[in-house]
Design a protein around this ligand. Structure first.
Ligand SMILES: [Zn+2]
Length: 296
């Protein structure tokens, strides 16, 4: 079972969230049939969204991360709720690219760095909060770090890792770490944190060694006293329904909905996040066309 834990140093200087998102990323891979590099790209974004979602502190709130960097993968979307459950989609899940000279998946090239990272926080009431920053590298963790520094002025360290087995792409290890310096932090706290972060191994290396996310957070916060604030069980979850599909179709012009009803006799719509197919028959379409007419 995947989890997030959030820790705070006892002097209130630093918050660290650790996430094991292995099953979440494996589920995304099964749904979207992603190649190795697309699994890593979508997996990193989902892992980041899940942690950021768990920090929303309000029931029914959601966070959406959107990346379009002009690379061959197209655009990536991840949406998480305040419990860390999330779903995602990618334009070109089958994209294959040569490995980087160091043998790593070339997420930065797949995503591209000519575009934006958009972050939308929706609290279920009022206008959603929208933030946008230019992409730094398309490697995603770096882009999220840059988002916090530039858009929210919160000094942040973000590490996201997805390890995909070269022989069997279904063998996955995924996780991440998000560390934030809180307003009460002193110079010495920041120095110590920097020292720890600089000597830290990649998250997936630590997970592969069998380290728990508690141990990973302890490594990041070595030399500090820390306590665990909370723990969330997380996973891949889609909340689509026939009603949502109907609402989407109702935004089409009435004439178009009626022509679907009369010419095809039915319409089929697939959820872009979980691939579930919804079939609407002729009478459904006529009813939706009526609502579409009333709205105009
Ligand atoms: Zn769905």
């Amino acid at each position: 079972m995947d989890r997030i834990i959030r820790c705070i140093t006892s002097n209130g200087a630093i918050m660290a969230a650790g996430i094991d998102s292995t099953y979440l990323v494996a589920t995304a891979q099964q749904i979207h049939k992603t190649s190795a590099v697309a699994t890593a790209a979508l997996g990193r974004l989902l892992t980041g969204a899940s942690v950021m979602g768990s920090m929303l502190k309000k029931t029914n709130a959601t966070i959406t991360l959107k990346i379009n960097g002009g690379g061959p993968i197209g655009s990536l979307t991840a949406i998480a709720d305040s419990n860390g459950y999330c779903k995602g989609s990618v334009t070109n899940p089958g994209i294959e690219l040569p490995l980087k000279p160091n043998g790593k998946l070339d997420v930065g090239r797949a995503v591209g760095n000519n575009g934006l990272l958009g972050v939308i926080r929706d609290f279920g009431e009022g206008e959603p909060y929208i933030g946008k920053v230019e992409l730094v590298s398309g490697e995603i963790a770096e882009d999220i770090t840059n988002y916090y520094t530039r858009s929210e002025q919160i000094p942040t360290v973000c590490a996201l890792g997805v390890l995909v087995d070269k022989a069997d792409v279904r063998q996955i290890l995924a996780g991440g770490l998000l560390i934030q310096v809180l307003p009460g932090a002193e110079e010495a706290d920041i120095d110590l944190l920097e020292k720890n972060v600089n000597k830290m191994e990649p998250v997936t290396t630590m997970l592969a060694k069998g380290m728990s996310i508690e141990e990973i957070c302890q490594t990041a916060l070595e030399g500090f006293k820390m306590e665990i604030l909370d723990e969330y069980k997380i996973g891949y979850a889609c909340n689509c329904s026939k009603e949502r599909v109907e609402r989407a179709i109702a935004t089409l012009p009435e004439k178009e909905i009626l022509s679907l009803a009369d010419e095809e006799g039915f319409a089929e719509a697939k959820c872009q996040y979980c691939n579930k197919a919804y079939r609407l028959n002729k009478s459904d379409l006529k009813r939706i066309a009526e609502t579409a007419k009333i709205k105009k």
